[in-house]
Each structure stands twice: as C-alpha cells, then as structure tokens.
Design a protein around this ligand. Structure first.
Ligand code: SF4
Length: 331
C-alpha cells in the first residue's frame, strides 16, 4: 500500500491581503468554504495510522496566507492540530504564507505551536513582475524572509512560478538561480495557468497576456530541475495538482496532469541527445537509474521515437547510476 505523505488542509485565500493576478484558490483547491476546526478533527480522527509513514507525514495548511489569518483563528487551527500531535500520525506541521507576513514575533509563535516547515510564495524575483501580478511584496522581502525562516530553525520551502504576466523565460531562470542562492530545503514550481475568475483571465481575454505553451513550460522547467538537484534542493512539486477543480476552472496555459513527468522525460531526452550527438547513427543502449526507466522512455515511448528520428535506435536499461545521470553503450 502506498502511504500518504501529507495531511493537507486548505484555507482558501484566508488572510490574503492582496488579490494575486493568477490566483483563485477556491477553484484550485476545490474547497469553497472556509476551514473549520471541526473539519480538522473529523479528518484526523478518520485517518488510520497504518496508512501513513509518520517519518514523512506532515500536517499541512495550504492555499492562503496562513500567518496573515487573524491571530485567534490561526492559533485555533494550530491548537487543534497539536491535540493530535501525540497520536503519531504526523511528525510536524507545514504552513504556506507570504514573504511579507513572517515577522520574528510570528515565527517565534509558530515554533511554540509545533510548526516545523514554512513555505513562502516567492513566485518571481523580479520586482516588476511581482508588481504587475499584484503580489504586494518585493524580491528583497523574499530574501529577508527566507533568511529569517532559516534562522528560526524551520525547514524552508519556496514556491516559484513560470510564465507570469510580464515575465520572460530569462526572468524565470534568474528567479531559479536567485532561489538557489537562498538555499531552501524544498521548492515547488508552478507554470502559470489562467484560471476562471482571476485578473489573468481578463488580461488573457483582452490579449494583454499570453500564457506559455505546454512545450515552453516543459522545456523551461526541465532546465531548472537539474540546477535545483545539483544544489541539493528537493523539487517537491512541478505543476498544479490534478483533481480539485483545476480542470473545471481551466481557461488556458500549460496545464497537464503529469506535468512533472513530462519535464523529467524532456530532461532525459536532452541528456541522451547531448551524449549521442557525436556518435555515429546506429543502435545503442541507454542506461539510467532503475526508478527513472519510464522517464527515459517517455509517455507513449515519445523519447525512443524522437531518438529514432535522429537516427539512434535505443534500448533503455537500468544501471547503477544517480538520478538524472545516463550512460550510452554501443549495441
Ligand atoms: S497567491 Fe497566495 S497570497 Fe496571492 S491570493 Fe493566492 S493564496 Fe493569497
């Protein structure tokens, strides 16, 4: 049985002081009503311990600006979660919030109430892009907040987006390298999707905004993945989760339910082509780590077919290799 790794509660838009151009958390999470403490209790009571890997499981509050929720309500959520702390079903509490909502005082309070990981929505490190998308904070605030979160001893997660209104691939790559310098433990990358009921929808309808194509987003994220990996930063999410109500609210943009796998497949294709390009056309064995076989082959064998188009007839096998590493042997 696959054990679940997170118990997630959504607090859609709770505490958000701004309305970000791309965001409709109610649509993204599929949760229209505000979260109540009773919802947390009901869910946690219904969870069977054996379905969880305690080492990996965190109780997570996502989808809003957790630390900007009125203090009384924020503490009510945390107190409720803490009542289950000794039950052994989770080992820590994860929250997501904005870089301008993590003062030293707030961080001390979160520590006291058992929060272990904090994710900050950075989205971009370009001030013009942040402004154009109504984020209400600057790149400097991301930097300062990240340092503060680490100094207080939390695990730091940073979320970034590609293809935002007024952004470019160059600016997104710069955001990637800026984020690496902040040494987060984890990163989530979300290509921008136009969702119903957002300002981006109006900008898209008026022709002001053109989203990335799926290919552009996949190519860009495939470039970023090894950069994070080489710097020991875990990419824990690539692309919006399927389900919820994303598909229903989808208007335009590079959404794919297996977006992460598409990116990793592209990364392997590029790596194979780089190694093969100086070799004569013919038959080769491509070796990758066992767990990466399907990514090297690609969905519907797309990578194998692509390599064939370049004149390389490849069989994929497993070898004692690291993730993203490949070896080519002549057959
Ligand atoms: S992106 Fe974050 S801060 Fe902005 S509206 Fe959505 S939940 Fe609130």
């Amino acid at each position: 049985m696959t054990k679940r790794a997170n118990i997630a509660f959504f607090v859609p838009h709770a505490g958000c002081p701004h309305s970000c151009s791309f965001c409709n958390q109610k649509q993204i999470s599929g949760q229209m009503k505000p979260l109540k403490s009773e919802d947390i209790i009901k869910t946690l009571k219904g969870i069977k311990r054996e379905t969880l890997d305690n080492e990996k499981t965190e109780l997570a509050f996502f989808g809003g600006s957790f630390t900007a929720i009125p203090k009384e309500l924020m503490l009510k959520y945390l107190k409720t979660a803490n009542e289950f702390k000794d039950s052994g079903i989770f080992h820590g509490i994860r929250i997501s919030t904005r870089p301008d909502c993590v003062s030293d005082e707030t961080l001390s309070l979160l520590k006291e109430y058992g929060v272990t990981s904090i994710e900050l929505g950075a989205q971009s490190t370009d001030d013009n892009v942040l402004k154009a998308n109504g984020r209400g904070h600057t790149a400097l605030e991301i930097e300062k907040a990240s340092k503060r979160v680490k100094e207080h001893g939390f695990s730091l997660g940073l979320q970034m987006m590609t293809g935002l209104y007024k952004s470019t691939a160059e600016k997104d790559l710069k955001a990637c390298t800026d984020i690496i310098k902040l040494k987060p433990d984890t990163v989530r990358i979300y290509p921008t999707i136009v969702i119903k009921g957002t300002r981006l929808e109006s900008l898209y309808n008026s022709g002001e905004y053109t989203p990335e194509t799926l290919d552009e987003a996949v190519d860009l994220c495939a470039l970023m993945l090894p950069l994070f990996y080489e710097n020991n930063i875990k990419v824990i999410r690539l692309g919006l989760h399927s389900g919820g109500a994303v598909e229903e609210g989808y208007i335009a943009g590079p959404y794919h339910p297996s977006f992460g796998e598409l990116c990793e497949s592209k990364l392997y294709l590029k790596a194979a082509l780089i190694k093969l390009k100086d070799l004569p056309k013919g038959q080769y064995t491509v070796k990758v780590k066992q767990s990466e076989l399907s990514k090297m082959i690609g969905q519907k064998r797309i990578n194998i077919e692509k390599l064939k188009e370049y004149g390389y007839c490849c069989t994929v096998k497993s070898g004692s290799l690291a993730r993203y590493e490949i070896e080519i042997e002549k057959m």
